[in-house]
Design a protein around this ligand. Structure first.
Ligand code: URA
Length: 209
């Protein structure tokens, strides 16, 4: 079963408070999400494998470490996922970025894929699917399914805030996918918003309230 990791670093928790606050305007909200994207990228890459290489410092020959293993791919779910990508790329600039766009069919309420563009070397990458909010889990489940059908074998999911309902849905549908979050909130309300949450992440990022 996929594991859930809560990033409780004080800087992440501090910034998340201002992200949640309804008094925080679009500019500051976007900056904070970007910063938390960087901090979460730092945490999620803790277990990346390293290998030793020989280099020459200005003083002498030395053995030192560089990243080994598969290359990374980031996949924001459109549109709110985009808000976290630049922050993540500041720490892992060599990562390639794919995009998956989904909308919810008003009749069936099921996510429908309208856009997918991924790096061509899918099998050779470890993917991090990113969306600030894991609410019902519908979009995350569908996006990860979409990545898997195209050949991805190593996938993690990262978000700012998760509802217990979304975590359960994602664990159930993709037990091989670990989930990385900054906060696990109380529940979903009748409109599908996470409580207490932060409102609509996309609207707050792009000023479309
Ligand atoms: N998507 C959001 O942006 N916010 C929520 O609370 C739930 C889903």
């Amino acid at each position: 079963m996929g594991k859930v990791f809560v990033f409780d670093h004080p800087l992440i928790q501090h910034k998340l408070t201002y992200i949640r606050d309804k008094k925080t305007g679009t500019k500051e909200f976007r900056e904070l999400v970007d910063e938390v994207g960087s901090l979460m990228a730092f945490e999620i890459t803790r277990d990346l494998p390293l290998e030793e290489v020989e280099i020459d410092t200005p003083v002498q020959r030395a053995t030192s470490k560089v990243l080994a293993g598969k290359k990374l791919g980031l996949v924001p779910i459109l549109r709110a996922g985009i808000g976290m990508v630049d922050g993540m790329l500041k720490l892992i600039p060599a990562a390639k970025v794919g995009h998956i766009g989904l909308y919810r069919d008003p009749k069936t309420l099921q996510p429908v894929e309208y856009y997918v563009k991924l790096p061509s070397d899918i099998e050779e990458r470890d993917f991090i699917v990113v969306d600030p909010m894991l609410a019902t889990g519908g979009s995350a489940v569908a996006a990860i399914h979409s990545l898997k059908t195209r050949g991805a074998t190593s996938i993690r999911f990262m978000c700012l805030i998760a509802a217990p309902e979304g975590v359960e849905a994602l664990k159930e549908a993709h037990p091989d996918v670990d989930i990385y979050i900054a906060a696990l909130d109380e529940k979903l309300n009748e409109k599908g918003y996470i409580v207490p949450g932060l409102g609509d992440a996309g609207d707050r990022l792009f000023g479309t309230m």
